[in-house]
Design a binder for this molecule. Structure first.
Ligand SMILES: CC(=O)SCCNC(=O)CCNC(=O)[C@H](O)C(C)(C)COP(=O)(O)OP(=O)(O)OC[C@H]1O[C@@H](n2cnc3c(N)ncnc32)[C@H](O)[C@@H]1OP(=O)(O)O
Length: 199
């Protein structure tokens, strides 16, 4: 995520600086030269002291029910920060696609027309989201996953690395599609499915 933000700044000449990151205990080492600036609990104080303006949730998920990601997103907004939306310059995002606040579109991603992506979503490296998809909030589409046209992903679900979801199917709230799975029928809320066809 840090690298994506730096690439955006370099390629667009955008004038922003990454001030740092928070963690639960203020014990983390710098990451790619970016320092830990305090605990998650100190965020409101840091916003005022350091005149911070924007935030992103840098925690991923490897399964559905992105409770932590949703909680951190709410905390950032409650601290008065605006969600930063990051689209890597190598991503191809159709002009009619909508990307919600705080979402990150990583390198090599393709997002096709009329797709709508919610807030605090990770569309990870080289994932492909085809036309007319509807992606909820706090979702993680992991590297190389493929969503066919008209797929719906409800809030907080996780589509694993290299998984394929066939056209017009729905993946329910907080559900997990395992890495490499092929989803051939809709997935219920909170379920975990794996394999080809996914069960
Ligand atoms: C940049 C990044 O790295 S982003 C992160 C990318 N990573 C992902 O997207 C990973 C998504 N997560 C997965 O695929 C996980 O394997 C999960 C969530 C589906 C299952 O995780 P767990 O509940 O911990 O399952 P666990 O590892 O205990 O395995 C349970 C069984 O499922 C099988 N299994 C686990 N994952 C898969 C899979 N992707 N496909 C098929 N079978 C699987 C295991 O072999 C095991 O089978 P067994 O009981 O016969 O031995």
């Amino acid at each position: 995520m840090i690298d994506t933000l730096r690439t955006i700044a370099e390629s667009s000449g955008a004038d922003f600086e990454i001030a740092g990151f928070t963690d639960p205990t203020y014990s983390a080492q710098p990451i790619l030269g970016v320092p830990c600036i305090g605990t998650d609990a100190a965020l409101s104080r840091l916003v005022h002291a350091m005149r911070l303006t924007h935030f992103m949730v840098a925690v991923g998920s490897i399964s559905g029910g992105s409770v932590l990601r949703a909680r951190l997103f709410a905390a950032g907004e409650a601290a008065g920060l605006e969600p930063f939306t990051a689209i890597h310059p190598s991503a191809l995002v159709a002009g009619s696609a909508l990307i919600g606040g705080g979402s990150v579109i990583m390198a090599g991603v393709v997002v096709q027309p009329r797709t709508k992506i919610g807030r605090n979503v990770i569309v990870n490296t080289r994932a492909s989201i085809d036309h007319d998809c509807l992606i909820g909030d706090h979702v993680h589409v992991a590297p190389g996953a493929v969503l066919s046209g008209g797929v719906s992903l409800e809030n907080g679900c996780h589509v694993g690395a290299g998984a394929v979801v066939l056209q017009s199917l729905r993946v329910g709230q907080g559900a997990t599609v395992a890495g490499g799975a092929t989803v051939v029928r809709s997935v219920g809320a909170g379920a975990t499915v794996m394999g080809t066809p996914a069960r």
